[in-house]
Design a protein. Structure first.
Lengths: 324, 235
């Protein structure tokens, strides 16, 4: 104790030295807070799971909307007219009709599915394969799939084309699949709104959950915080480990939710590919892209940090050292 | 170094803990603060360490007027005051080394410097061999000395001690007090609150006596001749 600092206010280390030790201190406190989380594994794991699941839900809904958009886009560009031919129509006159229809100005493409072909596909895809063997004759009509040109695929023009095609004498019935498309779009919009609402609520719950967890951690460390204040720790020094805890919660919760969403998409992918085969669609369920996963994790970090910051501001100032 | 000028402290509810207390402790002085339980000793120490604010009057510590200190500046004032408590106030989940290093970590001292200074501080209190122990592995006297090492590790100009010998036997108490004398000899201002009157009588230092919040005595308890003899006794 030979040399003594002249004054408490002046005895701070030089500015440069502080600047150099600050990043090291941050890394130490970040790692230290990770160690603190490790020391209470049960609480930590529970919190991370709650966060992961809370975030997985809106992320899954986001995937749903994204894929629904992809689906409707696919069908939108190919609003098809299906023409069912009379059962009595011969193969030859059907080919004739194909010729005539493909000459229409409004038609971009015609695909002919003969009655035989239709039965074959139906056997494979419907699951009634065996029982269809017992039928004496083919109950299915031959079908034309007419794709209108870009201009003729708008609702009104397509309807006019349908009326024109239905007048062909080989045609029993024509169908334009537009109504369900607009319904799907409306539904997708509704679901998007629901997703947004639910996502907001769940984000709020993430903030509150982390806030509460950090609050409990602060109250747990109450004595230690009081001691640190006594020996001259600033509030920002004391709150730093808690903020880092919040960041860790965000990172782990975000990663967990990415894993959950990916697993769910992978699992649903099988069910959906079976389903889309029935609709002869080349639809593939899209999972989270790397970019979306990173965004999800950083979003989780921002939410968790917000929660811990609110908690830290509320509670650390309130703890006052007591000499008793 | 510590200057009280007509300080009153009233707690919420109307309890008058300190009444018109005035005294001045010069830099490098060592004094005892005594009085019965509830006489206001703790309140006085809390006012110095900014745990409480006076209801009226002014306090200067370390050439700083405490009334001017804002919330954000409190930590920096406290860094100039080493505080020692009867209840040790150690962090239970950290080693002796980490406990003593705490004030330096807070100040952002470099790692090598921390090692050096903690080693010096632990050497002062003869606990070098215990640096890797946790507080619960130590005896009461050892814990108290860890608290002292922590209080002096950043070389504050002022040391405050609240009943530092409260739970210790007379021999250990004397050891602790002689530690304080050592620091005082190095120029540190020391204020020790204690109700151990026997201890004070032996030491013959300036003694501030509180009774029901009023300063009833300020001076050498056992005659004036003690003043010249204090360094010869314990060096």
């Amino acid at each position: 104790m030979s040399n003594i600092h002249s004054s408490g206010l002046k005895s701070r280390s030089s500015f440069l030295a502080r600047l150099l030790t600050l990043p090291i201190r941050h890394v130490q406190q970040a790692v230290g807070s990770l160690g603190n989380l490790w020391r209470t594994p049960f609480t930590t794991v529970m919190t991370i799971f709650v966060l992961g699941i809370s975030l997985a839900l809106p992320a899954t809904l986001h995937l749903f909307v994204k894929n629904a958009q992809q689906v409707s886009e696919q069908w939108d560009s190919a609003s098809q007219i299906t023409l069912f031919l009379k059962l009595s129509t011969s193969e030859k006159s059907a080919q004739n009709l194909v010729q005539r229809v493909s000459l229409y100005n409004e038609v971009a493409d015609v695909r002919y599915i003969s009655a035989k072909q239709a039965l074959k596909e139906f056997k494979v895809l419907s699951g009634f394969g065996q029982s269809l063997e017992y039928l004496d004759e083919n109950p299915l009509p031959a079908t034309l799939l007419v794709t209108p040109t870009q201009r003729a695929s708008q609702a009104e023009a397509a309807n006019a084309l349908l009326a024109k095609l239905s007048k062909e004498r080989e045609v029993e019935q024509g169908k334009l699949d537009l109504e369900w498309l607009t319904r799907l779009e409306a539904m997708a919009r509704l679901i998007e709104d629901i997703v947004l609402g639910v996502a907001l609520l769940l984000c709020l719950s993430v903030v509150l959950i982390v806030g509460n967890t950090i609050r409990l951690a602060i109250l747990n460390e109450k004595d230690a915080i009081a001691i640190m204040k006594l020996v001259g720790a600033t509030d920002s020094f004391i709150q730093r480990p808690f903020l880092y805890s919040g960041i860790w919660y965000g990172i782990f919760g975000g990663i967990l939710s990415c894993i959950a969403v990916t697993l769910l998409a992978w699992y649903l992918g099988y069910a959906i590919s079976d389903l889309t085969e029935l609709y002869q669609s080349n639809f593939q369920l899209e999972g989270l892209s790397i970019r979306e996963a990173l965004m999800l994790i950083s979003f989780a970090i921002v939410l968790a940090l917000t929660g811990s910051y609110i908690s830290v501001r509320q509670h650390i100032k309130a703890i006052e050292p007591n000499a008793d | 170094m510590i200057n009280f000028n007509k300080v009153n402290k009233t707690y919420p509810g109307g309890f008058l803990a300190l009444k018109q207390v005035s005294f001045n402790l010069e830099s490098g002085e060592m004094a005892f603060l005594t009085g019965h339980s509830g006489a206001g000793k703790s309140t006085l120490l809390k006012l110095i360490s900014l745990m409480e604010k006076p209801s009226s009057g002014s306090i200067q510590v370390n050439h700083t007027e405490l009334a001017d200190i804002k919330y954000k500046q409190i930590p920096y004032v406290r860094r100039g005051i080493g505080m020692i408590f009867q209840s040790h106030n150690l962090l239970k989940d950290r080693t002796v080394f980490d406990n003593v290093a705490l004030p330096l970590i807070i100040e952002g001292v470099s790692h090598s410097e921390i090692k050096k200074r903690v080693a010096t501080a632990l050497d002062k209190v003869h606990l070098t061999s215990k640096s890797k122990c946790y507080p619960h592995m130590l005896s009461g006297g050892e814990q108290q000395r860890v608290g002292i090492a922590r209080a002096i590790v950043n070389k504050p100009p002022i040391l405050l001690a609240d009943e530092p010998t409260g739970n210790l036997d007379p021999k250990l108490s004397l050891d602790i007090i002689s530690l304080f004398e050592e620091f005082n000899a190095a120029g540190v201002t020391v204020l020790i609150a204690t109700h151990d009157l026997g201890l004070i009588a032996r030491m013959k230092y300036r003694t501030l006596t509180l009774k029901e919040g009023t300063m009833i005595n300020d001076g050498i308890v056992d005659g004036l001749q003690a003043q010249g003899t204090r360094h010869e006794q314990h060096s």
